[in-house]
Design a protein around this ligand. Structure first.
Ligand SMILES: Nc1ncnc2c1ncn2[C@@H]1O[C@H](COP(=O)(O)OP(=O)(O)OP(=O)(O)O)[C@@H](O)[C@H]1O
Length: 256
């Protein structure tokens, strides 16, 4: 028996009053695939993420995680089932250190919380897991720094660290390189590739260099509908996509 898609979006729609923001989106993402969603401002990318992660209830259609229906469930339950997302606006506890932020995410998904009575074995496991994640996200040397004092790019790395803390199967990253310099972006791409190794990744990004470097497949969302899905090469060569979205913008291959 073949395994189901890691994420299956089926005829998904979302309206706010009379405005249909997501309109009949269907998309299957295979286990281990890195899939990017691109599209102009206001196309509905964040709304799609909110529908997948349970913040919004769909007007129509469904979302399945590893073959199980998740649409209609609350975000924390979807998270427990193996889907985790980052936000454009950061989710970090600024009054905690970097280590405490990650540890909080680890403990939470172990079902422990910050309890004094948590058993010692589980605490040891949480400690080891916390340091493994800090290492993977290049934050080990900043473990004891208060999160509020981190430079912006490190705060975005911490956001990714918190997102992967619960060892999710499917990771949703919403514009993880927004506001970064070119060199910070290059570092972030490496970090994302390393931090999400072996996982299924759905990423919303505006930086074409990031997307064409990272994604196995790309979907182009325009006015709440998927205009095209394909490999970076296919998307690059798609005349409709160029016209609707990429325009005359120089694509990464052509920048060299
Ligand atoms: N809760 C809401 N109520 C009403 N309209 C909304 C709501 N959330 C989003 N919208 C509208 O839906 C449209 C799509 O917004 P969304 O944030 O999903 O786009 P986006 O593709 O993520 O844009 P950007 O690239 O600028 O982040 C916008 O016109 C927005 O005003």
């Amino acid at each position: 028996m073949t395994s189901p898609p890691a994420l299956s979006i089926r005829d998904l729609s979302k309206s706010f009053g009379p405005a249909r923001i997501i309109n009949g989106v269907s998309l299957d993402i295979a286990p281990g695939e890195r899939h990017a969603i691109i599209g102009p401002n206001g196309a509905g990318k964040s709304t799609l993420f909110n529908l997948i992660s349970g913040l919004y209830f769909p007007t129509q259609g469904s979302v399945l995680l590893n073959g199980q229906k998740i649409s209609g469930l609350p975000p924390h339950q979807i998270n427990r089932m193996g889907l985790s997302r980052s936000f454009q606006v950061s989710n970090i506890f600024t009054n905690m250190t970097v280590r405490e932020n990650v540890r909080c995410g680890v403990l939470n998904t172990m079902g422990l919380g910050y309890s004094f009575w948590s058993n010692i074995g589980a605490n040891k496991a949480a400690h080891a897991k916390t340091f493994e994640i800090l290492e993977r996200c290049g934050l080990s040397d900043k473990a004891n720094v208060p999160a509020s004092l981190l430079p912006y790019a490190d705060q975005r790395s911490l956001e990714i660290a918190i997102t992967i803390a619960g060892n999710p199967d499917v990771i949703l990253l919403d514009e993880p390189t927004a506001g970064m310099s070119q060199s910070e972006t290059a570092r972030a791409v490496e970090l994302i590739a390393k931090a999400t190794e072996g996982k299924t990744l759905l990423i919303v990004e505006h930086d074409m260099g990031v997307i064409f470097n990272l994604a196995d497949r790309i979907s182009v969302l325009v006015y709440g509908e998927i205009l095209a899905t394909g490999t970076p090469q296919e998307i690059r060569g798609n005349a409709e996509v160029r016209e609707a979205y990429l325009g005359d913008e120089a694509l990464p291959e052509e920048l060299a």
